[in-house]
Design a binder for this molecule. Structure first.
Ligand code: ZN
Length: 99
C-alpha cells in the first residue's frame, strides 16, 4: 500500500516551517517515509505546535486502532461512532473510551 522510495516526497519541504507542510507530511512521517532531515524537522514542529501535536496523536491512535481492530468488517456503528467523535470533539484525542 505504501510505496516507499528513497527520494523525498516532492510535495513535502525538507524543512517543515508551517502547519500546512506538517499536515501534508504527517502520514509520510507516521509511515517512516520521510528522509531523516524531514523526520527531524517534522518532529521539531510537532513538539512546538499543539494543534499539530493533537493531529499527530489522533493519527497515531487511529492507526493503532485500525491495526489492532480490523480483521473482518468493522462492527456496525463503529464508523459512525468514530466519525461522530471526530466531528464533536476533534481536539481532545484522549477523551474517547474506544481508543
Ligand atoms: Zn503546526
Amino acid at each position: 500500500m505504501s510505496n516507499q522510495q528513497d527520494a523525498f516526497p516532492p510535495e513535502i519541504p525538507v524543512t517543515i516551517t508551517d502547519c500546512t507542510a506538517a499536515f501534508a507530511g504527517l502520514s509520510h512521517y507516521l509511515d517512516g517515509a520521510l528522509a531523516p532531515p524531514q523526520q527531524a524537522s517534522m518532529k521539531a514542529h510537532i513538539d512546538s505546535c499543539p494543534p499539530c501535536l493533537d493531529a499527530f496523536q489522533f493519527q497515531t491512535g487511529f492507526r493503532s486502532m485500525l491495526q489492532n481492530g480490523v480483521k473482518d468488517d468493522p462492527p456496525a456503528g463503529l464508523r459512525d461512532r468514530v466519525f461522530g467523535q471526530i466531528l464533536n470533539d476533534p481536539f481532545t484525542p484522549d477523551s474517547g473510551p474506544g481508543f
